[in-house]
Design a protein around this ligand. Sequence first.
Ligand code: FCB
Length: 452
Amino acid sequence: MQCAVKPITLNSITMTVSRDLFPKDFKWGVATSSFQIEGAHDADGKGPSVWDTFCEIDGKIADASNGHVACEHYTRWPEDVELISRLGVNAYRFSMSWPRVQPDGQGAWNEAGFAFYDQLISALEQRGIELHLTLNHWDLPQALQDQGGWVNREVCGHFTRYAAEVARRFGHRVHSICTHNEPWVIAILGYEQGIFAPGIKSRTQAMQAVHHLLLSHGMALKAMRGLGLSTAMGIVLNLSPIYPASDDPQDVAKAHLDDGLILRFYMDALFKGVYPQDVMAHLGSDAPKVQQGDLETIAQANDFLGVNYYTRNFSSCGNPWDVTSTGNTVTDMGWEVYPKGLTELLCRLHTDYQPKCLWVTENGAAFKDQMVTGVIDDAQRLAYIRDHIAATHDAIQQGVPVGAYFAWSLMDNFEWASGYAKRFGIIHVDFETQKRTFKNSALWYQKFLSEK
Ligand code: FCB
C-alpha cells in the first residue's frame, strides 16, 4: 500500500509522508541507552557493569574506547533534555543503568543514582514528554556476572527485585517500562559469539541466558503489576524478516530455522508460552533447562511489544549473502536499507501473535557524516528515517496496531563493539568538545513533527 504523498522540501529532500496521516495519539520519539550516553562510569557510587569490564579487554572494541565519558549525559542532561524538547517529540525512550542504582545488583540501593534519574524524569515531565523506561539495556552489574550473569538462574530474582524497586519509585511517572532490550543480542552476541559483553563463547550458556532473560521478564512483570500500577509494561526485541538466499530447499529450510532461532523462539515463548519444537530439536543438548511453570511465567500479557528494526536478513547454506547484490543502499554498519521489511515484519507479528500494540522502539542508520560550515547534510540517514516512517504507516494502513516510532538515536554515542566510529545520531556529537549539532535528519524530523 502506498502512502499519500504530500511533498515539502528541506534542502531539496522531498517529504513523502506526513504526521497528520498517523493517529493523533501516536508516540513520536527518540531513543538512547544508559551505557551508550551517560559516561560517569564510576561517579557517585556507581558499580561497574559488564560493558565496563568488556571494554578493558584488548581487541574487543574497534577503536579501543570505552564508556567512561561517552556523551557526558550524566552531567549534560539538562542540555540534552532541551534538545529532545526542541525536536518536538512527545516521547523519549531511555534506559536505567542497573549498577548506577544498585552497584552490585543485589545489595543496597544507591540513592545518588536514583537522584540522577529523578531529575531527568522531572525535567522531561515538565516539558510534557512521555517517558519510556528500559530496565536492562545490557549494562548488567559486573558483580552479578561474577556469579554467572544471565546463565545463573538466581539473576532472575535479583532482576525482579530491581524491577519492582524502580517501578515503586518511578512507575507512576513513566508511561511504560520495558524489561529487557533485545535478549537475543545479550545472549547470542554476548554468550555464544563472544563479540559483546561478557564475551563468552558457549551455545549452551547462551541458550540458558535466553531462558533466564525471558523468565526474568515474566517474573518482573508479575512483580511490577503487583504494585497496582497502570504503567504499560512489555519487552523490546530485535527482529527482522529472514529470506532464503535462493529457492534451493536447503536455503529455504535454513531460513526457517534461522527465523526460529531469532524470532519464533522469543515470540512463541512470550506470546504462546512454548518454545518451538523444531528449534528445541535443533539445539539438542544446548537447549535451555526449563523448569515446570517457567513458560507460563514467561507468557505474561504484554501491554506492548517493542520492535527494533534496522534491516532484513538472508539465510544461505552456501556462500554468505552478498549485501550489495540488491542494489539498495548499504549503511556504514554494512546493513542493507530495506524499509519494506519493516512493514512486512509488523504485519507478520500482528498476524501470527496479535500483540495488543506494536511500537517501533528503535530504527535508524549509521552513515559517515561530514560537517561542512556547521551543516551536516546526512541525506541518507534522513531518507532512511523518512522511508521507515512511511513503512510504519503502510503497516497501520494494513490494520496493524502500531502505536509508536522511536528514532535511534537522539545523538551519536558509544556504539558497543564499534566504539565511537559508527554514528547513529540525528544530532551530531563532537566527542572532543561534547558540542551537539542538529544534523539535517534532525531538522527534517523536527519539521515533520511540527506539522500536526
Ligand atoms: C541495537 C541496540 C542499540 C544500538 C542499535 C544500533 O541493537 O539496541 O543500543 O546499538 O542497535
